[in-house]
Design a protein around this ligand. Structure first.
Ligand code: 5GP
Ligand code: MG
Length: 182
């Protein structure tokens, strides 16, 4: 597989995100809201980086929401299904929703709609990776890490049919591995 970003490059990008998020949330109660399953490594790494930054958030809570596109393989269906909701109260909290990759923006728009009505003090959005050509989407995220070209990518939380989430790097999935079962 062609590696786009190795583990160290991702770590540096996540550190930069943590630094910016910390600066925007000094002495504020922060909720890191991970969008499962893809954001799992990002949330863990961000949460640890944030705790190493002095004068950051007054408190860091971690919460998850699980959303999935109806589509199964490499094409989003355009529909986002809520599989698991949050339990932590969002009212009065400074929430940063975190996804693995921002593409068309539907996932984050759905998160925003769900969380906004629960009365957070503020809701911001973050993705470790962002598609450079975002299919004409005008939805922009507050914090973005590394650009990714139009190809389908896996690793660092991103899967193809539940495989490759465990890879510490981000790689292009070669076409010959597409639609191969197992
Ligand atoms: P959006 O809702 O912004 O259109 O798409 C974001 C979601 O689509 C991400 O949470 C991710 O699950 C999925 N996605 C988009 N591009 C890729 C990709 O290149 N690889 C993988 N594995 N998932 C992707
Ligand atoms: Mg996802």
């Amino acid at each position: 597989m062609k590696v786009l970003y190795d583990a160290q490059e991702i770590a540096r990008a996540v550190w930069r995100l943590a630094f910016t998020i910390a600066a925007d949330h000094r002495r504020k109660p922060l909720v890191l809201l991970g969008v499962l399953k893809g954001a799992l490594p990002a949330v863990v790494d961000l949460a640890r980086d944030l705790s190493a930054i002095p004068d950051g958030p007054s408190k860091i809570e971690v919460e998850y929401i699980c959303l999935a596109s109806y589509g199964r393989s490499t094409q989003s269906s355009g529909e986002v299904r809520l599989l698991l909701d949050t339990r932590l109260p969002m009212a009065g909290k400074y929430v940063v929703a975190i996804d693995d990759i921002a593409d068309g923006g539907l996932t984050m728009q759905r998160v925003r709609a769900l969380i906004q009505e629960r009365g957070p003090a503020r809701l911001r959005t973050c993705a470790v990776f962002e598609r450079t050509d975002r299919r004409g989407s005008d939805f922009s995220l507050d914090y973005v890490g590394l650009p990714v070209p139009g190809t389908f990518v896996v690793g660092y939380g991103l899967d193809y049919r539940e495989k490759y989430r465990n890879l510490p790097y981000l790689a292009e999935l070669p076409p010959e591995l597409l639609s191969q079962e197992g």
